[in-house]
Design a protein around this ligand. Sequence first.
Ligand code: GLU
Length: 555
Amino acid sequence: MDDKLKILADLMFPDVTKTILDYEKMYPERDLKEGAIVSRFAPSPTGFVHMGSLLSAFEDNKVAKDTNGVFILRIEDTDQKRSVENGIVGILNDLKNFDIIPDEGMIDENNSVGNYGPYIQSERKEIYHTFAKSLVLRGLAYPCFCTSSELDETREIQELNKERIGYYGSFAKCRNIPVDEAINRIKNGEEFVVRLKSPGDFNKKIILHDLVRGDIEFPENDLDIVLIKSTDKLPTYHFAHLVDDHLMRVTHVMRGEEWIASFPIHDQLFSIFNFKKPNYAHLGLVMKIDESGTRRKLSKRKDPEASVEYYHQEGIPKEAVKLYLMTVANSNFEEWLDNNPSDDFSDFKFDFKKVSASGSLFDVLKLLNISKNYFGRQKASTIYDNLLVWTSEFDKEFHDLLVKYKDYSIKVFNIEREVEKPRKDYTSYKSIRNFVFYMYDELFKNPTYDTPKITDKKEIETILNTYYDEYLELNDKDLWFSKIKEMCDKLGYASNIKDYKKNPTNYKGNVSDVTGLIRVSLTSKMNTPDLFYIMELLGKDKIKERFTKYINTIK
Ligand code: GLU
């Protein structure tokens, strides 16, 4: 070993006591079965997850689960500006809300599970330093003393001469500083970053075999990129990616497409250390079509649906969001779902080839449609239980009614549910109140009535009173309807729509005008589920009250 390099390396990293080999032993190859994928989600501790990163965490989790692999949550806090208090717990909660539970990694602000930790980068300093020191000893890394104004100057010259921007070749001023000089400058207390002495040749080509995008060709990296920063001595993303993904024995790096351009750096770092290279899948952005029909990136600032909190607040069931995420993740999932309509998609296997490279389109209407189908499959009692939880946080008034009228509420949710074609109108827990409010007097104090076909006050009074006094029947649905028809015949409305269509002038209207009136008077709505079941649940007394209330409101 070169003695001078040893002196330099010791000066640069005085605290390093271990070797790379020590770490290789501490974090051995994982004993997993063939094909098992080790994936990781690696956010900064910003306290929340937005939709784009939720999608990638979802995919990371799915591939690991599909293959009996391992899904790691690693916190990348080397950019301390992006850290917020309780930032890890916030992320964990967002993930947990969608059943994304890492197998290894941080479990709260300070604790983790797994044998490949620490899982937070600021606690891995000694490891990064060990790896960086080994490069200095091999003459493949060096201290760079350039100030930011010197770097700006180089950039200006490159711009002026239309040269490639960056710290490389003859622009890499500190690359060839004699080791003695470097030693002296460090001893004199000069600040430095640690740079890679890139062995790459920009004229040579390398290939990224991206699992989503196929093969992409790049020039080799020749930039002397920063490995360790000067102020906090923490690594850059590039160096941390090498060290962490190697030692955590990650097999698949699924990350945002913004990292594609850095691939040559990463490829070179893995080559220099002779480490097994991970597979890469660069995921596209999450896009939306906005009101003007333009396809654009889902924006944290402009689009409420970009925040995962939105789904929680709206009460969109996590099962529906998960199904939706899967449709966004893999283009063949929707077809699979049509053939396997359930909430459990563990039999569906994630396929990198079915990921859209051009970005995933996020469509809230489609999500709501999936949600409708989800609600269509649920039992009334399940809806009740989940709604109780949602309202306890977001709708106290409704929550209290649900508690007070538990059995009644379950019956309300069961209207047209246990039938061959169950109702599919609820889109979210939040939406339910609007579909059932009329079943609770407390929520029916000042309804805004839709306008039925029949509007004459006298006629309305006659119909509702006659119906209540002579024809009300709540025991049997067929009988109920035949009674209504009987009344129609008596009052001059066609009980048979065909007859009405043949000779409309012979009648005041038809049976649907009459049921429409009854419906509006009871519920304020022209459209509701089956009126018989509504009436059966409301019961005689309430029906009378509602009729009177309605008659009193019309002029
Ligand atoms: N912390 C990086 C980011 O949030 C992680 C990228 C990666 O997954 O490698 O972009």
